[in-house]
Design a protein around this ligand. Structure first.
Ligand code: ASP
Ligand code: MG
Length: 403
């Protein structure tokens, strides 16, 4: 008998009809004699609505009350699912986080799950019941409701899979898997059958929104295989795994891109220890996320140029912070907007030489200018003008035989 965790996202339970459909999926697994644990998000739009209400009450809404408020959507969807399953003749009940309990550490609205109480749960499953558990929420040491970050239900499912020692964790969503690149940007995008955690982490944090990056991290740390599937269409999904078995010899697994990046270059800054720290200290204090950073080698040992990227919406603020920063001196500041980062990702590049060259050459043939480059072991990113993104994805997709 297999133990399967089934997680349903907001759109999968977005209406009464969707919830009925989801119950059919649950029934399908149950009839195959599996032990099932269900985790659900709130119905789509509900959490956003609650967040907006908190803002209308106060622009400094109490963090603990925020969690008590925004976690309520999950209780609704779980009760509806359990109610429908009972209507269909199954034994089922809903569970909120404190009832299990799901314990969390860390600050309100970005807590992390530390443990899940499974005693009652196991008893219930053994008796033939289907437990429906609220995603996204937990309780702190002092018995306050916490939430684990937007889209956190994925992480709830993964941690439940860990503590209940599930054989499978299936994430049901509105897309039928992870694609080589965004199908809306490029119609030859292909579904990826299997992807490594590290590749998925890169894809997720580089703009592929199928899964929340911290939940992929949790899956990796706890070695939980995840299947991503659609609750809308019955199609095979994508397996996210650490297992090296039966992997294709594809070098590049996927291509992702970002939107709305901006680039700042500080020309002629003093080349001495501590300068980079002085530049970035105020930015970090103001929660401005710096992405790519390049420092040129200084020609004379006295001055250097520093280039970095941020999100466009932070550009004005960043400009202001640099201009009023008394601890640095420079000759000139320059700014660029409407930029995008295009990245190729794949563990295959660790063992295959020449990938960097092939990427740059492919872009060069299409006359796409590269502004900034950054690399990691399994990823190469280039910053280019946003108007060239589609072209870049198409040429790279072809170059690395993903078409
Ligand atoms: N309902 C929460 C959100 O919208 C959690 C989730 O969907 O996973 O962020
Ligand atoms: Mg959601």
């Amino acid at each position: 008998m297999k133990t399967v965790v089934l997680k349903f996202g907001g759109t999968s339970v977005g209406s009464i009809d969707r919830i009925k459909k989801v119950c059919k999926i649950i029934a399908f697994y149950k009839k195959k004699k599996n032990r099932i644990v269900v985790v659900s998000s709130a119905m789509s739009g509900v959490t956003n609505d609650l967040v907006n209400k908190s803002k209308l009450i106060s622009n400094n809404f109490d963090r603990a009350e925020y969690d008590a408020l925004v976690s309520t959507g999950e209780q609704v969807s779980c009760a509806l699912i359990a109610g429908r399953l009972k209507h269909n003749g199954f034994k089922s009940r809903s569970w909120t986080s404190w009832q299990l309990p799901i314990l969390t550490d860390g600050p309100h609205s970005s807590a992390r799950i530390s443990s899940v109480g499974i005693k009652e749960l196991n008893k219930y499953i053994k008796s033939g019941g289907i437990p429906i558990i609220t995603g996204f929420q937990g309780i702190s040491n002092d018995f306050r409701i916490t939430t684990i970050g937007r889209s956190g239900s994925d992480a709830t499912a993964i941690m439940l899979a860990k503590f209940i020692k599930a054989d499978e964790c299936i994430i049901y969503t509105d897309v039928d898997g992870v694609y080589t690149t965004d199908p809306r940007q490029y119609n030859k995008a292909k579904k990826i059958k299997k992807i490594f955690y590290d590749e998925m982490l890169e894809m997720a944090s580089l703009g592929s929104k199928v899964m929340q990056p911290t939940s992929v991290q949790d899956a990796k740390l706890n070695k939980i295989d995840i299947k991503v599937k659609s609750s809308f269409v019955a199609k095979s999904g994508t397996l996210i795994t650490g297992s090296k078995k039966i992997f294709s010899n594809q070098i590049i697994t996927g291509i992702s891109s970002t939107k709305n990046d901006a680039k700042i270059t500080i020309v002629g800054v003093k080349d001495r220890p501590g300068v980079a720290a002085s530049i970035f200290r105020p930015l970090s204090k103001n929660l401005i996320n710096v992405d790519m950073v390049v420092q040129n080698i200084s020609q004379n040992g006295k001055e250097t140029d520093l280039t970095f990227t941020i999100k466009s919406e932070d550009l004005k603020k960043t400009e202001r912070l640099i201009k009023k920063n008394k601890s640095i001196s420079y000759k000139k500041l320059s700014f660029d907007k409407d930029l995008s980062k295009v990245s190729i990702i794949g563990v295959g590049m660790i063992t295959t030489p020449g990938i960097t060259y092939r990427m740059f050459q492919a872009l060069a043939l299409k006359k796409i200018n590269i502004l900034v480059i950054s690399t990691s072991e399994i990823k190469i990113s280039v910053l280019i003008s946003s108007k060239n993104v589609k072209k870049a994805i198409a040429v790279l997709h072809k170059e690395f035989k993903l078409d």
